[in-house]
Design a protein around this ligand. Structure first.
Ligand code: FAD
Ligand code: EPU
Length: 332
């Protein structure tokens, strides 16, 4: 447990932004977390996982604590279900692969999402019609609090930890519950198309996992090659009346139903593309050419430049569609 000073965070954020932390340390256990925190009682602290949902716009004038709490423990298992306790510092994508290998079902749709198990809870990660909330039994924190699924107040890219986090809770472990009986969700996007192109009539969770990995690799830039943090904005939910008005000018505007019959979700990527931003490059940064919802750093870009671009996009979408896009990425 070493505390480092003026530590470069470039390889600790998937945008690849060169900023420094005044102090940096890793913690491998709750005890280590408290040991380090006790040395810096009143300092501004950032808990860092994989840095795949953060945009640094300046040096971090405080203590960055990198979560490395590991471990996968089977709490209970029978022929039909499993309850598994996982360290918050475990890699999410590796955990999904482990589940697919061991027949813990449903989570295959959340393949290849970067980051840590602990952070998956913060914004209730989701993809291909599934959200992590569906598998969460309990969330444990370094402060020894226990949050039931209901207490987490999960929503679309949202949870109590993102909304307020009044106790500044640090997620130490997540307890997941899985069915061992497959219940595939393959209606979303191109999953079915890929499976039928491969002549797979009775797909297994492994087949769905592979199909989703293929789709993601074809659309989303690999942060190891081009810096990014996935979707920069949330998909907005707008009033039905507003949607009907927009449809008159933009008949091809796609939409998804929500649980509220008065609200419609529209893809932000479509709006951003329609407004002419897709593929736009401004010096070292830009809007990805295959996915307009993803802002990218081609190398040596600065966080401030990406933030400015994001603000310009928000303004342009407001002017063109009267829709206020909300940022999904945490800006620091
Ligand atoms: P970080 O970026 O390190 O942290 C995110 C926030 O959580 C910060 O505020 C941090 O302080 C806080 N935090 C982190 N760990 C803890 C903890 N243990 N306790 C308390 N607070 C904590 N997201 C999706 O939902 N769906 C997708 O399909 C998806 N695809 C992506 C694709 C790419 C290529 C990329 C780069 C990102 C994608 N994301 C997606 C976003 C991102 O992967 C997720 O938000 C992920 O859960 C972030 O994990 P992380 O460990 O990197 O978090
Ligand atoms: N679209 C365009 N142009 C674009 C991008 C998208 O027109 O450049 C339109 C298309 O109509 C497409 C629709 O948007 O059919 C949806 O696109 P896609 O399936 O790529 O998904 P998304 O809405 O852009 C969301 C999540 C992703 C998640 C995918 C798959 C949000 C903010 N984003 O993206 O999550 O992986 O669905 O489920 O909800 C993330 O949160 O970081 C993330 C990558």
């Amino acid at each position: 447990m070493k505390i480092q000073q003026n530590f470069s965070l470039k390889s600790y954020n998937t945008f690849g932004i060169e900023v420094k932390a005044k102090y940096f340390a890793t913690f491998k256990s709750i005890a280590e977390f408290y040991e380090i925190s006790a040395q810096y009682p009143n300092i501004n602290t950032l808990i860092l996982g994989g840095g795949s949902n953060i945009l640094f716009t300046k040096d971090f004038d405080g203590l960055v604590l990198h979560n490395e709490i590991k471990g996968i423990e089977i709490i209970e298992e029978n022929d039909t279900k499993a309850i598994i306790k996982v360290g918050g510092g475990e890699n999410w994508a590796d955990f999904v692969e482990y589940c697919v290998e061991n027949n813990y079902c449903g989570i295959e749709n959340l393949a290849l999402i970067p980051g840590t198990v602990g952070a998956s809870i913060i914004q209730n990660i989701g993809a291909y019609g599934i959200e992590v909330r569906e598998f969460v039994a309990e969330v444990l924190t370094c402060g020894e609090e226990k949050y039931s699924n209901e207490m987490c107040r999960f929503g679309y890219r949202d949870s109590i930890f993102k909304q307020e986090n009044p106790k500044k809770s640090v997620i130490s472990y997540v307890i997941f519950k899985f069915s061992k009986i497959p219940n595939l969700k393959i209606e979303y996007g191109d999953i079915r198309k890929i499976l039928s192109a491969e002549n797979i009539e009775n797909p297994t969770p492994k087949d769905v996992f592979r199909a989703i990995c293929d789709i993601r690799r074809s659309k989303l830039p690999n942060p190891k090659e081009i810096g990014n943090a996935g979707s920069f904005f949330k998909n907005p939910e707008i009033q039905l009346s507003h949607f009907q008005y927009l449809k008159q000018n933009f008949p091809e505007l796609p939409s998804y139903a929500t649980s509220n019959p008065d609200k419609i979700k529209v893809p932000a990527g479509w709006l951003i593309e329609k407004a002419g931003w897709k593929g736009k490059k401004i010096e070292n940064i830009g809007v990805h050419k295959k996915q307009a919802l993803v802002l990218v750093n081609y190398g040596n870009g600065e966080g401030k430049e990406i933030e400015t671009l994001a603000n310009q996009i928000q303004q342009s979408i407001k002017e063109m569609f009267d829709i206020a896009l909300e940022k999904e990425v945490n800006i620091l």
